[in-house]
Design a protein around this ligand. Structure first.
Ligand SMILES: O=C(O)CCC(=O)C(=O)O
Length: 189
């Protein structure tokens, strides 16, 4: 299903994995990925980022944000199988994945886009575990869009999406159980 956003190319596939398979993958990723809890420096203060993360990819690719450099762990068997399925659907080659573990409703990711991925990047984002609200904001018009990301769903952002839209996953007041997100990317070498 196409999500209508001006200056963007966004597709949402709700049942990319069945609910049954999504739950098995969720438990596996939650237990077995090399989760880390990094610090970031914001406004001169050091604080923990509000989620756990893990970074996997080809040949020790590194990923840099907010003064943190993550060096890729080698692909696990299960991540490779997921990557193959996502690549086949998207007709796109990915060489890295950033995994996010949102432990509860207080974990989040702030507004950002992905300038380090170059012009017109394709990002494929898979969701497992609790359903969470994903928000998009046009950087010029400030128009907002919100998509509820179901477990087993795939969200693909292509073309101009990163140029014109930021995205975030906000904290929530009401209690929410954990969620794992995988965002497949192609890092330009
Ligand atoms: O968890 C999500 O759905 C979004 C993750 C994200 O924006 C990111 O990893 O850059």
């Amino acid at each position: 299903m196409k999500i209508y956003c001006p200056d963007a190319d966004i597709e949402y596939i709700e049942n990319f994995y069945s609910k049954h398979d999504a739950e098995i993958i969720f438990q596996d990723l939650k237990q077995n990925l090399a989760w880390r809890h990094d610090d970031i420096k914001m406004f001169g203060k050091v604080m923990k980022i509000p989620r756990l993360q893990a970074w996997y990819g080809d040949n020790y690719l590194s990923y840099r944000y907010s003064n943190i450099t993550l060096v890729a762990e080698p692909w696990s068997v299960s991540l490779l199988a997921i990557k193959e399925k996502v690549s086949r659907y998207c007709q796109h080659d990915f060489n890295a994945v950033l995994a996010n573990l949102y432990r509860d409703q207080q974990d989040s990711v702030d507004w950002h886009n992905e300038p380090e991925l170059g012009a017109l990047p394709t990002i494929a984002s898979l969701s497992f575990g609790a359903e969470r609200e994903f928000q998009l904001k046009h950087i010029i018009t400030k128009e907002k869009k919100s998509i509820s990301l179901a477990p087993g769903s795939l969200l693909i952002m292509r073309g101009n999406t990163q140029k014109y839209w930021q995205h975030s996953l906000p904290k929530r007041a009401k209690s929410i159980t954990s969620r794992v997100n995988l965002t497949f990317r192609h890092i330009c070498l």
